[in-house]
Design a protein around this ligand. Sequence first.
Ligand code: ADP
Length: 780
Amino acid sequence: MAARANGAPAAKKRIAVMTSGGDSPGMNGCVRAVVRMSIHQGCEAYCIREGYEGLVNGGDLIQPTRWEDVRGLLSEGGTSIGTARCKEFTERPGRLKAAKNMIANGINALVICGGDGSLTGADKFRGEWPGLLEDLVKSGEITKEQQKEFQYLNIVGTVGSIDNDFADTDATIGCYSSLARICEAVDSIDATASSHQRAFVIEVMGRHCGWLALMAGVSTGADFIFIPENPPAPDWEEQMCGIIKRHRQFGKRKTIVIVAEGAHDLELNKISPTKVKDLLSHKLKLDTRITTLGHVQRGGTPCAYDRQLATLQGVEAVKAVLEATPETPSKFIAIIENKIVRNPLIEAVATTGQVAEAIKVKDFKRAMDLRGPEFAEYHQAYMTTTATNQPELHLPKEKQMNIAIIHVGAPAGGMNSATRAAVAYCLSRGHKPVAIHNGFAGLVRHHDDKPLGSVRDVKWLDVEGWIGRGGSEIGTNRELPSKVGMGETAECFMKYEIDALFIIGGFEAFTAVSELRKARPDYPAFRIPMMLLPATISNNVPGTEYSIGSDTCLNALISYCDAIKQSASASRRRIFVVETQGGRSGYIATMAGLAIGATAVYTPEEGITIQMLARDIQHLRESFAKDAGQNRAGKLILRNEHASDTYTTEVIANMIREESKGRFESRFAIPGHVQQGGTPSPMDRVRAVRLAVKCIQALESYAGKSKEEICDDPLSMAVIGIKGASVVFGAMERLEKEETNWKDRRPKDESWIKYKSIVDILSGRPKAEDCCEACGRLNV
Ligand code: ADP
């Protein structure tokens, strides 16, 4: 930073953070990350309370914030620094006061976590800034020197909103927590609906945006949805009643219709839950109830994804602030698939506004386009997996395939959701889906069983209720084709005339596909397309940065850790060492560490050394000594099950106890299979649906091709993955050869490794170079 005008040494940069507009779960994580990252970077951190109110009114509402002030915030819903809607800031005089207060407090940069309105306001504020300063100089409220020193306003946005209505980002902080609330509610309603054969019309939030309603529809298997961007056809009343009637005729005992709060028809006439209820009651004679979820959707503890997103975006926002030059246009921090990126704020604000305008002029195609390709894909996946019996979608007879679905390895949340989507998609295209029960072992050993073999045709009603079920309904098994017999496996493929294979599973499934690929020259039965959808809590499958099931696992793990942390509040100072699963990949441990604010994370990639333990114990001593009892919640260390053969979870807990000399306690805990999660998380459900549909689409693209053509195409055996900002298919052969660490059963490059240092930074964990090798004491 430049030297001050009076010649005094350059002051530290002051970075302020505020939350504004509607609150959303995860905002607290953003505040914590901005404060701690700013301090870590040698800046001073400030919090502005009550959103723009705080900026306009100043005084106590603008507060310097210390490292320890944000302790324990990650798991709290809402925003602990307050938010408000501020009318004054929408007028120039209000913004003039805000500018004066920023300068009076020496704040050089502002990170705003808020929705569409808040970021629109921020953009306006930055645009007007030079003029505001000019006016303040004229009125004598700031000096010319101050005007020069603060001539550039540095603003970075992070999007906090449950609606997920902001352009150029796939997710906003809070939207997945809100979706989780909706799913919990619909899952509960499902049980009563099914018991009484009732219909429920559920209204969800989202203002002009249909994201929550669409995703709620995808993740609960709703019978019909109404979203503002894609109003139903003019004959929607008949259409909806037809679909629901057909579902009932198939034997479905319940009906769920999701209505976005902004839903309307093609003429912009509101479609209200009451209107839908009346139709279902009168036309279909269904016992129908309306449930309006209301503000429940805003609240609660943030889910794992929102905590990670908020943390990573907060860290990125501080980096963006520090790297900005006067010429840099204002940025906001976005996520595209799995990649955190900085996108221009002005364009995104404009695009966001254009969706509402497009809807207003009934240009719904444009509204859908503006929501982005991911939204459209989810919509298509929903439509093709819900409305069965659409003969117009059927492929010609010669292109219809026998598509087998198999689960391999340990169960993971989302396996059933993917299977349901695959079956529904197959049926809508005229394919014949068959489920292979209990993996390759089941296939070879039990296909001939009477009365029911392991290879079974699947009907829509069989899978209809699977979207939210944990585990594996068709059974999964670890055994590989080589173990159960390659020849026998091939014989079964021939016997059941399998034209394509959809495999769902983790590293074992990856190994199985690799074996089948290598066996292609010897067994013509394997010269068929095969697509692998990675599903494992360990998230260690080459070819993807995300396996379904890993999000469910993280949510189970953070609930466990939150409870454990809280249990310490009634006792003395306590540190818990929690052992996580994850095989030889530290993904689960690291990402859970990010989501709960772990003091340290031990991974197999890094291993554990005696120096590391000494350092961490010293760090604990110092931080408990500083704590002075303000925060009684426990601290957590996460250790992956394979991080070290010697330093087991119990040994580490014992070492900490011994070394604490009675100043704090330690305990260890092993959550074990709790980590497989109960019901799959909404993120695992929706991604399972989207990726499963893509896999079947890839399989059907080979319909009618010869075995030679199939074998010549490396992508005929592939893994679907999320890599960076894209969804990609990776050719099996290349992945096996180039991207797999076979010894440790994980990808060679693990994209999440970079997050490990963020966990360390945000917990203030000292680095090796900062400490004495022998005792771990900080070198000063
Ligand atoms: P959200 O940020 O959740 O969309 P709002 O739309 O209510 O919530 O915006 C929050 C606050 O941001 C408003 O109360 C106002 O102070 C400020 N704001 C919103 N729009 C503008 C605008 N066009 N110009 C200036 N300030 C705005």
